[in-house]
Design a protein around this ligand. Structure first.
Ligand code: SF4
Ligand code: SF4
Length: 183
């Protein structure tokens, strides 16, 4: 069963554009949100990734990094330098890094075979949560809300900014989601 879930996740990862990675951006490896199955896969390798919280993300964005670096990072894991010890099992969010427009584009100039839009990035994340589970979150409902928000240019901009790390729009985004749920 667990094996089937990993297989499904691998099939989803295979849908992603490819990128010629230089493995240089370990300093972007901070708080990440991942599905339950992806977390367990990394736990099985001996690394426990802390649960993602808005507070951790905010502190990371405010440059209070310190202990917020991902525990899968290790010196010597990539060509003698810092790298991911769980690279083959890294979750969707890490595989998306460098593939998107804007703030998730590669800071070292690696070019993906196709560049994803923020909406496509969210859909991939949502689909990974759907396959791997994500606590008691209703992922289907979340994907529906995402589709609705992304179809409205004003709300799409809020989602895109939040996804790019602009936490000043968190309250606006929460309101937009609540309004959609009430509608
Ligand atoms: S952003 Fe992605 S593609 Fe670019 S160096 Fe870092 S891991 Fe590689
Ligand atoms: S799992 Fe690996 S690639 Fe992902 S954030 Fe942690 S160290 Fe970086």
């Amino acid at each position: 069963m667990v094996h089937d879930v990993i297989q499904e996740l691998e099939e989803l990862y295979a849908e992603l554009p490819t990128i010629n990675c230089k493995g240089l951006c370990w300093n972007s490896c901070g708080p990440i949100d991942l599905s339950d199955a992806e977390r367990q896969r990394i736990v099985d390798l001996g690394v426990d990734i802390p649960v993602f919280t808005e507070d951790r993300a905010r502190r990371w964005a405010n440059d209070e990094k310190g202990e917020l670096y991902c525990p899968a990072l290790s010196f010597g894991a990539h060509e003698g330098g810092m790298g991911c010890t769980a690279y083959e099992a890294r979750p969707m969010i890490c595989r998306l890094w460098g593939l998107s427009e804007g703030d998730m584009s590669c800071p070292h100039g690696c070019e993906p075979s196709t560049r994803l839009t923020p909406a496509e990035v969210y859909r991939f994340i949502g689909r990974s949560f759907k396959i791997g589970g994500h606590g008691d979150v209703d992922v289907d409902r979340g994907l529906d809300v995402l589709e609705a928000l992304m179809s409205d240019p004003d709300q799409a901009e809020i989602v895109t900014r939040f996804m790019g790390g602009d936490h000043s729009v968190a309250a606006e985004l929460r309101t937009a989601v609540e309004n959609h749920r009430r509608a």
